[in-house]
Design a protein around this ligand. Structure first.
Ligand code: C2O
Length: 553
């Protein structure tokens, strides 16, 4: 294992897409940002220097940050933001993880342009549990905004409709040929050789939409999600939620097919809002082997095949796809599913409304504004101090209260006619867990307002998805069907619209850990909560002290 140094200069850069040039907040002038490549066991030292007017923090999505919560990069949760002219060195070691993860800004909506891939290769000499690919290709889905993404936050926060405020989806920063005013130059082209296997590392960095992805006339073999190997399975199309990553093997045709193929992504939406159904396309192009160059191949005039993406709203596809995801659960890669739990939590996740204060525009019904909540608490971010410092130095007074409401497991009709409890309260309320608590968490979508699935992301841990269903979770019947053998292990899971999901994890990482819907607008509306995991007794079970350069508020 080695130490790898990176420098992230957060700076403005003119970027042109869809015939529009916009001054964009970037890392090192790149859009998307630079790729980080490391190996399992390596230590990363990433110096982030803020040269822009915005406050910045960078989160390493999916990195467990064992005892190093100070490097988690969650503004006001694990650090105060890096202010203009300041810098901060993110210092962490990658323990027991390998696969595709990513990094993104974790403040305001800056992740719309500040994001990149974080690739963790296995330890030197350790093979993948699948055939060695000819080449590995990161593919990041993102968005392009003709307007300043920061300026549209208020609009998205206030309107209840579909918050698709971007003008195009992108693959590795490019909208592709299906959008108006998108040049060939603005298309991602993947050149492949016939008869080879490629590892595509897919990352969904879009703000608000789950995506279907497919490559015309090619089958994809899913081998990993959220940097955890899964039992391989073949699919034409996959579903990937904001925050999630998926590795697939792409086997190319044995011979040059005399055609080009679109790889396309477009949103899967379970709501009825006014969404933009547009599609981003990249091109899979076969290289012509040297000896056939004299032949009739002219790659320019080849026909282009388009994939059949499932219809918008294809819930049965989505359910079928997610049910195929299983941990390897092998001797080498065991699934350490907690077989018992010490604490069980039942969280309702909902979109709703709260009474409007004077300083807000009230676009919700009957003088309210939109709010999202967990157990009817719409989480309020602290402003004067980050939660981790408040916890570490025992100064929680005025910052947070450790009284997140734990609702009893009562059968309740959360679906169908909206129940009469759309009023939620505000608060910075945390859940406190002793070290090594084994947790079962059931998250129930209430569908009080709209009908969208919520990709819930937990910082600091992976969890096992032991059960999932539609309708109301039934505490008598459903636990009997939980998979405690080979459930998928991940860091972001979709709570289905009008349904529930059950996860288990071991709280073996002391610190303060954010959990939130990775749909940006839902997070802004308050669909977030934080866990405090207390130190253990042994010296290697304690949060390390904060680094000297930790930013101040
Ligand atoms: Cu990818 Cu809290 O985020």
């Amino acid at each position: 294992a080695i130490t790898r140094h990176y420098k992230f200069d957060v700076m403005l850069q003119d970027v042109t897409r869809l015939c529009k040039t916009r001054s964009t907040v970037t890392v090192n002038g790149k859009f998307p940002g630079p790729r980080i490549v490391a190996r399992e066991g390596d230590r990363l030292l990433i110096e982030v220097v803020n040269h822009v007017q915005n406050n910045i923090s960078i989160h390493w999505h999916g990195i467990r940050q064992l005892r190093s919560g100070w490097a988690d990069g969650t503004a006001y949760i694990t650090q105060c933001p890096i202010q203009t002219g300041q810098s901060y060195v993110y210092n962490y070691t990658i323990v027991g993880q390998r696969g595709t993860l990513w990094w993104h800004a974790h403040i305001s909506w800056l992740r719309s342009t500040l994001y990149g891939s974080l690739i963790i290769l296995p330890k030197l000499g350790t093979p993948y549990p699948f055939p060695k690919p000819h080449r590995e290709v990161p593919i990041i889905f993102g968005e392009w905004f003709n307007a300043d993404p920061e300026a549209i936050i208020n609009q998205a926060m206030q309107t209840g409709g579909g918050p698709n405020v971007s003008d195009a989806y992108t693959i590795n920063g490019f909208p592709g040929p299906l959008y108006n005013c998108s040049s060939k130059k603005n298309t991602f082209v993947l050149k492949v050789k016939a008869g080879e296997t490629y590892l595509l590392r897919l990352i969904n960095a879009v703000l608000n939409e789950e995506l279907f992805f497919s490559i015309a006339n090619h089958t994809l073999t899913v081998v990993e999600v959220d940097a955890v190997y899964v039992k391989p399975f073949d699919t034409e199309t996959l579903l990937i939620a904001p925050g999630q990553t998926t590795n697939v093997l792409l086997k190319t045709k044995p011979r040059h097919p005399n055609a080009k193929f679109f790889m396309s992504a477009r949103p899967y939406v379970t709501g009825q809002g006014t969404f933009d159904y547009s599609t981003v396309a990249g091109i899979l192009e076969y290289e012509v082997a040297r000896k056939t160059i004299q032949s009739s191949h002219s790659t320019k005039k080849l026909p282009i095949y388009k994939p059949n993406l499932p219809p918008i709203n294809d819930t049965s596809f989505a359910t079928n796809f997610t049910s195929k995801l299983r941990s390897l659960a092998s001797a080498e890669f065991p699934a350490n599913v907690p077989q018992k739990f010490d604490r069980q939590f039942f969280f309702t996740v909902s979109l709703g409304t709260i009474p409007c204060s004077k300083n807000h525009t009230c676009q919700g019904p009957n003088g309210t504004k939109f709010a999202a909540s967990v157990n009817n608490v719409s989480f309020v971010m602290p402003t004067n101090k980050d939660l981790l410092e408040a916890h570490y130095f025992g100064q929680s007074t005025g910052v947070y209260t450790p009284d997140f409401p734990i609702s009893p497991l009562i059968p309740f009709n959360y679906t169908g006619t909206p129940p009469n409890n759309t009023m939620v309260s505000n608060g910075t309320k945390l859940v406190v867990l002793p070290f090594n608590t084994s947790v079962e968490l059931i998250m129930q979508d209430t569908s009080i307002l709209g009908a969208e699935s919520h990709p819930l992301h937990l910082h600091g841990f992976n969890f096992f998805v032991v059960g999932q269903g539609f309708g109301n979770f039934d505490p008598k019947k459903d636990p009997g069907n939980f998979n405690l053998v080979d459930p998928v292990e991940r860091n972001t899971v979709g709570v289905p619209s009008g349904g529930w999901v059950a996860v288990r994890f071991l709280a073996d990482n002391p610190g303060v850990w954010f959990m939130h819907c990775h749909v940006e607008v839902h997070m802004s509306w308050g669909l977030k909560v934080a866990w405090v995991v207390l130190d253990g007794k042994l010296s290697n079970q304690k949060l390390l002290p904060p680094p000297a350069d930790l930013p101040e508020c």
